[in-house]
Design a binder for this molecule. Structure first.
Ligand code: KG4
Ligand code: ZN
Length: 346
């Protein structure tokens, strides 16, 4: 195939990102991958504030694009197309990204490709590991939790997912309940390392229901109740209370994800793919305990396990540039009518 160099732009949540990806005959190359996070801006509010996020994206997008080009040693003249997250996400941020991409595409006379953020995550294992279709993907982040059968660049089947909160959200809320800083996932994981996962038996919601739907909001409530009981009993949280609760919570999430993965794998294997593979993406896939549990489930079923490096698991624009290349190659491009969509199921 012809060598293509794409600029990717991502601004659907709280990371402003721009990246350059080049793909031709060999393995694709990430020439730059700039991510400007907004954690500090939202820290005081205990969650992402959409208005603040949108404003920060608007202020940072052009700078991130310049940086991505600089780091790749390129100018817009070397770029073959502009890919941008067109949803789903916080609409102010998505709009900022789409407008930025349209301006660049129009000004430089480049093709424009709108990318679904979830498709960006779902196609990442092809960028990092050259996975062939079809493969099974568990997308597990702060906003999403679903099993996807990835059948093609634009062909996804959702096998199941959370019916309420995403696990990353549960990690973040657990951290908040235990007065740990945000983002909560890495903090809870760190606390859990020295904790006893067996001390508090937290619920495994929907475990006995068939299929691979999941629920995490009850788990969060259980953490709240356990915390309040401990505070009532001891007048506060002791160090071991916190570490044990984090370990118990993390073990419950890992158990649910592992069991539901077994079921999703069974559904996937019924299609008898030539090279069966199970891939994960999303920030929660960075969790070592969860990753190890999923890896074991894949090994038991004889599947290749693919977990992209952390910086490509969490929100980034390299995945958007790559998805843009994949779409462009099969003739899927957009024009100035490309709309920003707050909701956009795959
Ligand atoms: O994919 P991501 O960067 O953004 C989206 O949500 O789309 O994922 C961020 C989420 C946050 O909820 C964060 O707490 C969680 O992933 N996370 C983790 C870990 N690192 C990040 N959760 C558990 N363990 C971790 N080590
Ligand atoms: Zn994401």
């Amino acid at each position: 195939p012809r060598t293509l160099t794409f600029l990717g732009i991502e601004s659907s949540c709280d990371d402003t990102a721009a990246a350059i990806v080049r793909a031709g005959r060999g393995a694709p190359e990430i020439l730059s991958n700039v991510v400007d996070g907004q954690v500090d801006l939202h820290a005081a509010f205990g969650g992402v504030v959409p208005e603040i996020a949108a404003r920060a994206h608007t202020e940072k997008l052009d700078l991130c694009v310049m940086q991505a080009l600089d780091q790749a040693g390129l100018t817009l003249r070397d770029v073959d197309g502009v890919a941008v997250t067109a949803g789903p996400g916080l609409i102010g941020g998505v709009l900022a990204g789409v407008m930025c991409a349209k301006g660049i595409a129009a000004g430089a006379g480049l093709p424009l490709v709108g990318v679904n953020h979830l498709a960006g995550h779902a196609l990442t294992p092809r960028l990092t590991d050259g996975l062939a279709f079809p493969y099974l993907m568990l997308l597990v982040s702060g906003g999403h939790c679903q099993f996807l059968l990835v059948r093609g660049v634009d062909e996804f089947t959702r096998l199941g997912g959370t019916i309420d909160d995403a696990p990353g959200e549960a990690f973040d809320k657990t951290a908040k309940l235990l007065a740990l800083p945000q983002p909560g996932g890495p903090m809870v994981e760190r606390e859990a390392r020295t904790g006893d996962a067996g001390r508090f038996r937290l619920p495994r919601p929907l475990m006995d229901r068939p299929g691979c739907d999941m629920s995490f909001s009850g788990l969060k409530t259980a953490v709240l109740r356990t915390r309040d009981a401990l505070i009532a009993e001891h007048g506060g949280l002791r160090v071991a209370d916190r570490t044990d609760l984090c370990a118990g919570f993390q073990a419950a999430v890992a158990d649910v994800l592992a069991e539901k993965s077994r079921r999703a794998i069974a559904q996937y294997l019924a299609l008898s793919p030539a090279v069966p593979a199970f891939a994960v993406a999303g920030g929660v896939a960075a969790n070592q305990t969860i990753r190890a549990a999923l890896e074991q489930v894949a090994a038991e079923a004889g599947l290749r396990f693919v977990a992209p490096p952390l910086r490509l698991c969490t929100d980034n624009a390299a995945m958007i540039a790559w998805a843009g290349i994949e779409r462009f190659r099969i003739g899927l491009t957009d024009d100035m009518t490309l709309a920003a969509r707050p909701r956009w199921p795959l």
